[in-house]
Design a protein around this ligand. Structure first.
Ligand code: DQA
Length: 138
């Protein structure tokens, strides 16, 4: 099973960004542990701060992977382009957020991606990614 985690803007700063909200673990440290926990899954990751690069990646892998775990970060709340890409491809997309976006500012309550996602996992810290991964193994 081939699954990719796609992370959007500022998620490269995990571990040193607003630690009270996003925790103090780097994504790479978390990702290494996740790979060890799920050795049978061909798990990869991609991060970009650039909207078009995220769309390119979704298009590139969307016809050959079994699933996408997508944290589009701030673009969740703004990007029709990423939402359209998620809708265009056959690979199922699970939207994740580290923080509980519904307990934060109003502008974070809107997701353009959610209507085109298989499901949404919000607010469990980095464990949100693991829960999303488990959803593909069912
Ligand atoms: C986030 C929530 C977004 O509102 C925010 O812009 C992020 C991270 C999360 O994982 O909690 O950058 O997607």
């Amino acid at each position: 099973m081939k699954i990719i985690i796609i992370n959007g803007p500022n998620l490269n700063l995990l571990g040193k960004r607003e630690n009270d909200i996003y925790g103090d673990e780097t994504f790479n440290d978390f990702f290494e542990k996740l790979q060890l926990k799920f050795p049978k899954v061909e798990l990869s990751q991609f991060q970009s701060n650039i909207e078009g690069e995220l769309i390119d990646k979704i298009q590139e892998i969307g016809y050959s992977y079994d699933g996408i775990i997508l944290n589009a970060a701030a673009y969740t709340h703004t990007s029709v382009g990423i939402a359209d890409a998620a809708k265009a491809i056959p690979a199922p997309v699970v939207e994740v957020h580290i923080s509980n976006t519904f307990s934060r500012e109003d502008f974070r309550h809107k997701s353009y991606i959610a209507p085109n996602a298989k499901g949404v996992i919000v607010g469990f810290g980095l464990q949100s990614y693991e829960l999303a991964l488990q959803s593909f193994l069912k």
